[in-house]
Design a protein around this ligand. Structure first.
Ligand code: ADP
Ligand code: MG
Length: 465
């Protein structure tokens, strides 16, 4: 068909004009349906793409058509659910298809006090803003499984509070939820440094709330969260069964929603599946948009490995990339972990990564014991750094104790997924914020510091040997 050929040429031109991420996200599953009366009718898979193409890429599309001998004056976009047959499960599956965007303008909200935004003083300052700037849209690889979430997050970052409020992302562990929702926060801050953007995990929210009650600072707590411009709450499933917290969050939600402030929420399950989530919260969570994130496909996993390897300045042969993408198929965090381990292993021995090395390493990883305990991890860290275990657990803050302690906290999180308060507790600390800071620090350092990377690889090797 003429249209089909023409559109393929147009896409070819567009592909070399845009970044790969943008091309894949916005143009991959588009089709030229027809041209009539000076209007090109373009089929797209969902409303985000429709809106985005219409506002951001209208001129590009018209001029590229022109360049290929077809003059049109206007564009029209049609949503066609069958366009991405292979992705249809994700794109118009349960959430998007059956829960059209609802606006809550009819809803009757209970009276909620909305404190006016004012600079925080005293205790307010101690609440964390919490964004980790390493998570950006630029270093997020877009592909099947996450493209819709990516598009929604970009839309929200461009106009917080106006669309899709709340934006609710859900999906399994390690597939990029935290990365994306923090990227929104970072993007908003980039355009508007004054914006009050707060990122918090639901565990921290709970902990801070409990502390606030204990220290009679509930008012400060409430006004801190109720005056944000963008509130990002990660892993909300931990609210399950916590009634007081749910109530507090309900009021926060209402205050922010009424003031058109953006909320972004992540969870490992859809709102309807979180056990003992109060009905009134559940119903609010689906007011906006909920999106299911899936594990990326093989090509996307390869692209992710390549991007991460580049950021570590490590060249990886093709077969190694493919081996990793094939064998670690369910979780990007593990993929990243395996890559870090390969890189550290080769750095230590002055080798270039190749397939036999990598298969050898990952083969031995397979035999992970199931019962790794917190104690074993802390023990191995003390041993690796040759410091007495008692010192790690003591209040000492000497330099040579602090790093091993931070590494231990990091490993407790990455290997056992313990909560922050638990981690603090394992190392004899009362304050869970120490754990948060330590883990973030090691997360960052392993990207730039070879010694930290090696320590982690070495300790893990011993733990799983
Ligand atoms: P989740 O919150 O879903 O458990 P994270 O957002 O913490 O997962 O992602 C785990 C790791 O994988 C992070 O380091 C993140 O940067 C990385 N990651 C996940 N998806 C992608 C992607 N599409 N592109 C680049 N990195 C990704
Ligand atoms: Mg997460």
């Amino acid at each position: 068909m003429r249209e089909e050929r023409l559109w393929q040429t147009v896409l070819g031109d567009v592909e070399i004009t845009l970044s790969r991420g943008n091309y894949l996200t916005w143009f991959k599953n588009t089709r030229l349906i027809k041209i009539s009366g000076g209007t090109a009718v373009i089929g797209v898979v969902n409303i985000f793409i429709k809106n985005h193409l219409g506002t951001k890429y209208r001129d590009l599309i018209i001029s590229t058509l022109e360049k290929n001998g077809t003059t049109v004056k206007s564009l029209e976009f049609k949503i066609q659910n069958n366009l991405a047959a292979k992705h249809s499960e994700e794109l118009d599956g349960p959430t998007l298809g059956k829960q059209p965007i609802k606006t809550p303008n009819q809803a009757v909200l209970p009276p909620t006090s909305i404190p006016t935004a004012q600079p925080l003083s005293g205790v307010g300052q101690s609440y964390r803003q919490g964004l980790n700037e390493k998570y950006t849209f630029e270093n997020f690889v877009v592909g099947s499984g996450n493209e819709l979430a990516y598009a929604a997050c970009q839309a929200v970052a461009a106009q917080p509070g106006t669309k899709y409020n709340p934006l609710f992302l859900y999906g399994g562990v390690g597939i990029g939820k935290t990365h994306l929702i923090e990227a929104v926060g970072n993007e908003v801050k980039r355009h508007n440094p004054e914006a009050k953007v707060v990122y918090i995990t639901s565990e921290q929210f709970v902990q801070e709330f409990v502390d606030a009650l204990r220290f009679k600072k509930a008012g400060d707590f409430a006004s801190h969260y109720r005056t944000t411009d963008v509130l990002i709450v990660d892993d909300i499933q931990f609210f399950a069964g916590k009634e007081k917290i749910q109530e507090e969050f309900f009021h926060t939600f209402n205050a922010l929603h009424q003031a058109n402030k953006q909320m972004i929420i992540s969870s490992d399950k859809p709102p309807g599946d979180i056990p003992t989530l109060e009905e009134r919260l559940r119903s609010r969570f689906v007011w906006g948009m909920s999106i299911d994130m899936q594990n990326p496909d093989f090509e996307t996993r390869c692209a992710i490995i390549q991007t991460k390897a580049e950021s570590l300045r490590q060249h990886l042969p093709h077969d190694v990339v493919e081996y990793l993408a094939t064998n670690i198929a369910t979780n990007i965090r593990e993929l990243e972990g395996a890559l870090n381990q390969v890189v550290a292993f080769c750095e230590m021995r002055g080798l270039e990564p190749n397939l036999p090395i990598v298969t050898g390493m990952l083969g031995s990883n397979r035999n992970r014991p199931k019962h790794l305990s917190a104690k074993q991890i802390v023990d191995k860290c003390a041993r690796y750094y040759q410091v007495p275990l008692e010192d790690l657990l003591s209040p000492k803050r000497d330099k040579d104790i602090v790093l091993p302690r931070q590494v231990a906290m990091y490993l407790l999180r990455s290997e056992l997924h313990l909560s922050f308060p638990k981690i603090a507790n394992e190392l004899g600390r009362k304050d869970h914020t120490t754990a948060i800071h330590s883990i973030e620090k090691i997360e960052k350092e392993q990207l730039v510091d070879q010694h930290v990377r090696m320590a982690l690889a070495n300790i893990k090797e011993q733990l799983y040997a």
